[in-house]
Unconditional design. Structure first.
Length: 260
């Protein structure tokens, strides 16, 4: 009789241990299933890079677990000196100034954010193991340039945020350009599009930044070449204000032309 009671107690202990182990495994499973969600249960926003980002370096953000055909609204805060290129649940962002930014994606009732830190260094190309593909600009390419003023230590200049009209492979592509300066003014050449090696993402417009900094007081020429065709105008600085005289509307469009 005594042995029978011991066996019953032992069986009870084994069942309790099995239950505890099962509960632990279930908790681990639930935690693993939630690893890509935010605290409120919404999907997390993935980023190809969050720290030590250089100015003009393409950073790709992805909102996972979105159904096909879902609309995703993207935003960047602060949005000054940034360029946002979107394709469904994926977006590529270029940052033109040092600082901390928050990227947000909204789809239905889901909202996901991530913060990134941008340094003062300028991006000059990638170091990916697969070499990029360099594509020429398509015939008749039109470059749209948005201009903003940048200030640093009481010194001012201009930031040109350029974007193509046509699409090119890969959402993380970027517009290849070269900026030069001399005593008379500035020259910008747009020569092609860099498509990262191995990228199979959707087509997107190509963008990039050009820094005219510091900009001296007075009038300087601005010459822009797009795929071998040259356009010219002038930029006048008076105090902290800039006036851009740009007659062309066929190959390069610049706006605004007055920056205070």
């Amino acid at each position: 009789m005594h042995r029978t009671i011991f066996h019953s107690q032992n069986t009870h202990i084994m069942k309790k241990s099995a239950f505890l182990i099962l509960s632990l495994l279930l908790t681990i499973c639930i935690s693993a299933c939630k690893k890509n969600t935010t605290d409120n249960g919404n999907p997390g926003l993935e980023a190809s890079k969050t720290n030590s980002i250089k100015k003009g370096e393409p950073v790709v953000f992805t909102l996972p677990e979105t159904s096909a055909g879902s609309t995703v609204n993207w935003s960047v805060s602060p949005n000054a000196n940034t360029q946002l290129n979107t394709s469904g649940n994926t977006a590529s962002v270029l940052f033109g100034a040092k600082g901390t930014y928050t990227v947000t994606a909204e789809s239905g009732t889901s909202t996901a954010t991530t913060s990134v830190s941008v340094t003062d260094s300028i991006y000059t190309g990638g170091d990916a193991p697969i070499p990029p593909t360099i594509l020429p600009l398509v015939t008749g390419e039109l470059i749209n340039i948005s201009v903003s003023r940048v200030d640093s230590n009481s010194i001012t200049g201009l930031l040109f945020i350029a974007q193509t009209t046509h699409n090119y492979p890969c959402i993380s592509n970027y517009l290849i350009s070269e900026t030069a300066t001399d005593a008379s003014g500035y020259t910008i050449q747009y020569t092609g599009v860099n498509v990262p090696g191995g990228c199979a993402g959707n087509n997107a417009k190509a963008g990039g930044f050009n820094f005219l900094f510091p900009f001296p007081t007075g009038t300087r020429t601005i010459t822009i070449t797009v795929a071998g065709k040259t356009y010219s105008g002038t930029i006048t600085k008076s105090g902290d204000s800039y006036t851009i005289n740009w007659p062309d509307t066929t190959g390069v469009i610049i706006s605004p032309t007055s920056i205070q």
